[in-house]
Ligand binder design. Structure first.
Ligand SMILES: [Ca+2]
Ligand SMILES: [Ca+2]
Ligand SMILES: [Ca+2]
Length: 576
């Protein structure tokens, strides 16, 4: 399997969204906490993320979509990395000139050898990487062309195909009863967000750019851009936002790229609109991932993201295919590489990749991710949703997650966890209990890829509730529930941004390197026996513990925590 795939099988949006019943234990405890705090500290009261308000009419049942089961190479295209010594130049214009010279040299040698020109022309050039994507003559097969090109090692370091990308989709269970239960925010609670949201409020106001390389983001969603509270969690390209419509104000080759860009344009240049496509019956993907990372906290509706001050950069690399109704969105590696270079150029500090190219160790994608690391960006990658027997990434690598085991230190691979019941105890009910009334335990999500040496951490990746494209027919409420390592990665991206924000908010502090940031999240994770042998040190993300290494903890913060009222865990010693 070597096609790029989504790692979240998106599930049915609930019929009634987020109707927390009055009997809900969670609601009761939050209300109690808020009430009790009002006499101590009104600021703390305001910090408690409000449960989403009930809204939305019934949701249409999602039909089955056609899922490609075999990898699809993009016909007629080939990547070439030219020999670095031939094209070396600091200046990108100069570098482009040298790339074209090397390309012409290769072209003439191939023509001499074969009697015809192999190529029609250039599709994209990645100057920083020294790579070109070229269009082949219709008569040439990709594999034949690659073997001909590889006969010129003095000019070429590698040549490889481009692959189509498409989501992994599984039939959604009907979970509407479950999401109305009191444990619908279980993942946020497990990683300590009840406390971390309080702790970060007012103390971690720094914005960190998180690039979401995905299907785009619905940047009109009121829990990402909320006119009522004048809050936006979308990143803005200041030159374009304050520039002229229809003009490329920052001269980066993309017109009006205000919130990010759309690279899912095939052989055409990127455009400035990264809005996620509406596909009938499909609740989307990028908007779900974005909401987990940074949906607006405490605006009284929808959900709350991990980093309350994230700047979400929408980099669309997968999109609806024209003429293919009810098909899942697809893209290609070429778009992913362009998006990574954009994120580097605009100084994103965390890149979220909730997709995979399967077991293809693509060199072009690898060098792009490595360059992001050289520019201090952490690349958080979903480990994969591959089921047995291919789900051990140590023996069956999944890229880009497995580049972390291949010398790319800024890659952080994330497995997903779920709540589960013991043998004979049935499944977890919407009230958060097993059949015999016992509490469920947390374990690896049954579809998650894992790896004792190749997967760095686990995070909640099952029944995650988040923002989704608002669609008047399919999903008027704008909330969906998703399962898969896509949402697990998003929890880690949000937390990485939050911790980096806390770190760099301190006077004269330097940002964590991607390697150090990754180590901090890993070392402060919570050890779960069910994860031993599954991820590097058997831990699941604990964002509260990670954040506390950076933020001082006052008495009033302590009084305001979930923990103070739950009595299940005592307050921890502040660490600086
Ligand atoms: Ca521009
Ligand atoms: Ca403009
Ligand atoms: Ca919200």
């Amino acid at each position: 399997m070597n096609a790029l795939q989504f790692l979240t099988p998106p599930l049915l949006p609930p019929r009634r969204l987020f109707a927390f019943p009055a009997r809900s234990a969670l609601t009761v405890v939050i209300a109690f906490a808020s009430l009790s705090l009002s006499s101590f500290n009104t600021q703390v009261l305001a910090q408690t993320p409000t449960p989403p308000t009930p809204h939305a009419p019934p949701i249409k049942v999602i039909p089955s979509l056609n899922v490609p089961t075999t990898p699809k190479m993009v016909e007629g295209q080939v990547f070439i990395k030219y020999t670095e010594s031939l094209i070396h130049a600091e200046d990108l214009v100069e570098r482009r000139k040298k790339i074209i010279q090397a390309g012409n040299q290769l072209r003439s040698q191939l023509q001499f050898q074969n009697g015809t020109d192999l190529f029609i022309g250039e599709i994209r050039t990645y100057e920083k990487l020294g790579i070109q994507l070229l269009k082949l003559q219709p008569s040439e097969s990709v594999q034949d062309a690659i073997s001909k090109i590889n006969q010129h090692p003095s000019l070429v370091e590698f040549a490889e195909p481009n692959y189509k990308v498409f989501p992994l989709y599984s039939a959604p269970p009907n979970d509407d009863q479950w999401v109305n239960g009191p444990i619908s925010l279980w993942g946020m609670e497990k990683i300590g967000m009840k406390s971390a949201w309080e702790l970060s409020n007012g103390k971690v106001s720094k914005n960190i750019i998180v690039a979401v390389l995905d299907t785009g983001i619905d940047y009109t969603h009121p829990d990402l851009v909320d006119p009522a509270t004048s809050t936006s969690r979308m990143w803005q390209n200041s030159q374009e936002a304050g520039g002229s419509s229809g003009q490329d104000d920052d001269n980066n080759g993309i017109v009006d790229d205000v919130y990010g860009a759309n690279f899912c344009t095939g052989t055409q240049p990127a455009t400035g609109d990264p809005q996620e496509d509406q596909i009938q019956g499909y609740p989307g993907h990028g908007t779900i991932v974005a909401g987990v990372i940074g949906a607006i906290v405490n605006n009284g509706h929808h959900v709350a993201g991990v980093h309350r001050n994230a700047n979400l950069m929408a980099l669309k690399i997968m999109c609806a295919q024209p003429g293919a109704a009810n098909e899942l969105p697809t893209g290609d590696i070429a778009s992913a590489m362009s998006a990574i270079l954009y994120a580097i150029d605009k100084k994103a500090e965390v890149l979220n990749a909730s997709w995979t190219i399967g077991n293809i160790k693509h060199s072009g994608l690898r060098v792009a991710i490595k360059l992001a690391g050289d520019n201090n960006a952490l690349f958080v990658a979903a480990a994969g949703n591959t089921r047995d027997p291919q789900n051990n990434n140590d023996t069956s690598p999944m890229y880009p997650a497995s580049y972390g085991n291949d010398g790319v230190a800024n890659v952080m691979a994330v497995a997903g966890t779920m709540l589960t019941c013991g043998a004979g105890e049935g499944t977890v009910s919407n009230m958060g209990t097993c059949n015999n009334g016992s509490a469920p335990h947390e374990a690896l999500y049954d579809g998650s890829s894992y790896g004792q040496t190749s997967v760095h951490i686990a995070a909640p990746g099952w029944r995650t509730i988040s923002t989704a494209i608002i669609d008047s027919v399919d999903n008027p409420g704008g909330i969906a529930m998703a399962t898969g390592t896509s949402t697990a990665a998003a929890h880690v991206s949000g937390c990485a941004a939050l911790v980096q924000a806390a770190r760099t908010a301190k006077p004269s502090s330097t940002p964590f390197s991607p390697k150090d940031l990754k180590a901090l999240l890993m070392n402060n994770g919570e050890n779960l026996s069910t994860l031993n042998g599954r991820v590097v040190n058997g831990r699941r993300l604990n964002c509260d513990a990670a954040l506390r290494t950076q933020v001082k903890w006052s008495f009033w913060d302590w009084v305001g925590t979930w923990e103070f009222f739950s009595f299940s865990r005592g307050p921890r010693t502040p660490r600086e």
